[in-house]
Design a protein around this ligand. Structure first.
Ligand code: PEP
Length: 248
């Protein structure tokens, strides 16, 4: 994914079939404001070969939704390592999406291993952080997110570019979006945390995710504290995703 303008990353999650993927990709590829180097798709592993082939030679990027905590090939049944994604042409992978943290109990230790392996394989880790509703209501959201960053900061040391996606769990797939004020405040906090702990030469990008759609993307992307968006549900619908990209 190229820098220069705001990023739009789609996250297909566990959705898609060969035919619907092909139709979606075909629609996105023909749109000159979508098929650009600052737009990327995080796709299910099983469809990576299809996406790699379809996007071959195109500016639009693609990546994974997670990678194995194990780097080396070997006896890890069911796992897919970062080197395999890189082999197919992935340029990034999500790490620590709240659904991975919640349903697969991915700890800071596991996420740190994923980040290290992604980097070793030449993939950019896009590290997802975000508080749940209880933490937000208790006013502990900044502490929760700071702890999530602290938990993986060692694995990010030495990166030229660090990308963090702030995704409040209560806004993912719920139709609730954080207010612009909440987004600005948390993005400032995240940037300050990273600036404090990373080398000054490191480029920091902070993306927002959580029910980003055609009708709210432009306002969110217009915020100077927001370097891009991570889009779940709306990335499965070509017109929705295109409109999000028009705001970038
Ligand atoms: C996501 O999965 O990262 C996400 C933000 O989902 P949605 O846009 O559907 O809320």
């Amino acid at each position: 994914v190229a820098t220069g303008t705001k990023w739009v990353l789609g996250n297909w999650k566990m959705n898609g079939r060969l035919a619907s993927n092909q139709a979606l990709l075909a629609a996105l590829l023909t749109d000159a404001q979508v098929n650009v180097a600052h737009v990327g798709l995080a796709v299910p592993t099983v469809y990576m070969a299809q996406v790699a082939q379809t996007l071959s030679g195109q500016p639009m990027a693609w990546g994974g939704q997670a990678v194995s905590r194990f780097a080396a090939d070997g006896a890890y049944t069911g796992e897919v390592n970062a080197a395999m994604l890189a082999d197919l042409g992935a340029s990034f992978t999500l790490v620590g999406h709240s659904e991975r943290r919640q349903y697969f109990a991915e700890s800071d230790e596991v996420l740190s291993a994923q980040i290290r392996h992604a980097r070793e394989a030449g993939l950019l880790p896009v590290v997802c952080v975000g508080e749940g509703l209880a933490a937000r209501e208790a006013g502990e959201h900044e502490a929760v997110v700071a702890a999530q960053i602290d938990g993986v900061i060692a694995a990010l040391q030495g990166s030229e570019r660090v990308v963090v996606a702030y995704e409040p769990v209560w806004a993912i797939g719920t139709g609730l979006t954080a207010s612009l004020g909440q987004i600005v405040a948390m993005h400032e906090k995240i940037r300050a945390c990273l600036l404090e702990k990373l080398a000054s030469s490191c480029t920091i990008l902070v993306l927002y995710g959580g029910s980003v759609k055609a009708d709210n993307a432009a306002d969110i992307l217009a915020l100077s504290e927001v370097d891009g968006v991570l889009v779940g549900g709306a990335s499965l619908v070509a017109e929705q995703f295109s409109k999000v990209c028009y705001g970038a």
